[in-house]
Design a protein around this ligand. Sequence first.
Ligand code: AMP
Ligand code: GLY
Length: 421
Amino acid sequence: MRIAIIGSGGREHALAYQLSKSKKLIKLYSIPGNAGTDGISTNIDIDPNNLEDLYDFFCKEKIELVIIGPEKPLVEGIVDFLLKKKIKVFGPNKAVAQLEGSKIFTKKICEKYNIPTAKFKICNTKENAFEFLSSSTFPLVIKADVLAAGKGVYICKEINDAKNAITEIFDGKFGKTEQLLIEEFLEGDEMSFFIISDGITYKTFNTAQDHKKVGEGDTGKNTGGMGAYSPSSLINKDLEDKILKKIIEPTLKAVKEMNTKYVGFLYAGLMIKNNEPFLIEYNVRMGDPECQTILPLINNDLVDIIDACCNSRLENQEIKWKNKKSMCIVLCSKGYPDKYNKNVEINDLDKFKSSGENFTFHAGTKKTGNKTFAIGGRVVNFVNISNNFSFSRKEIIRRLEKLNWKHGFYRSDIGHKVINE
Ligand code: AMP
Ligand code: GLY
């Protein structure tokens, strides 16, 4: 099969790596890819926003399946465009990608289908929002109703934080917006829960725990994700049943009642309290870095799984998992998530290719000649699978110390809730 992946992050390198092992694969392209996807696939420098150029390339190269990694092209409708052109594509269409594109859209579904989530209020003006604050208790959460790469969420401890958040959002910090969301603050433990769907049926696609904060002990600013481990220690059969019956199935019912279907990965960001799940948000794709930690645990051919989804055959497709633990630690550029230097060389990264139980997935990297440069905040993901999280973490840190990239940093406490040392 001739396959193209859209995206350039760690998630897309992990997808490319897993697909590259398939016997069904004839040719793999990464658009645009990174220094890590170069070699296991062919990187093609086409702007994913340029749909006509993409289509021309897919026709020229006789691409049989396109896989969309990130949310932005999904929310903007790349799937609808390609399906209209009769190109097989894995990912949800624009209408259902609103599950990530608009938090208010998702909240309205939660309300209609009785899906457990934080209590909320939609506000259309600053005055309206300020007025609501006067009768609120703190902490509370304020969210911009836009795709903001995790940055449009404010956890407010007191009224002045909330006023500041409301002002920033309505003043256009995340682009033009006519509405925002004020939410009850949920206590508990977070978990990332994944399913894969072909529009008719769905299967679970493992769980993970992400560490979003930049600092040790989960402190400091939010990032795209500093590391993750899988499976989550919170998951059990009873909780999984509740997540499926109370959250996933009602959502898929809502999709059906919109007269459309959901094809792709669906990622539920959940808060778990006393073994009860609450939906914080949906993402219409795999998580990053959750994808890097989950995919090495798959025990069958990823091409089979994704192709089955695109052909409405998921029901008969088994998904097998290794009975192992997996961990990912992200090496970042110093300064991230604020300012950091770009185009900084990383020596010797080629010596850390995926092998055995160790995996190296690039994110913000670029190759020039035979040199590798860091061009992003999150630069490389180091993953290890083993029988316990403690061993995996030691193994990853051993490799990070060996690489010894002076311009980078990483969190050495990923998995602290499941490692007692
Ligand atoms: P979101 O982009 O909606 O996932 O929010 C980003 C992060 O903010 C989440 O991963 C949570 O850590 C936190 N968060 C969002 N909503 C809530 C809530 N209602 N209660 C507590 N924490 C929240
Ligand atoms: N790891 C969080 C995300 O992918 O949104």
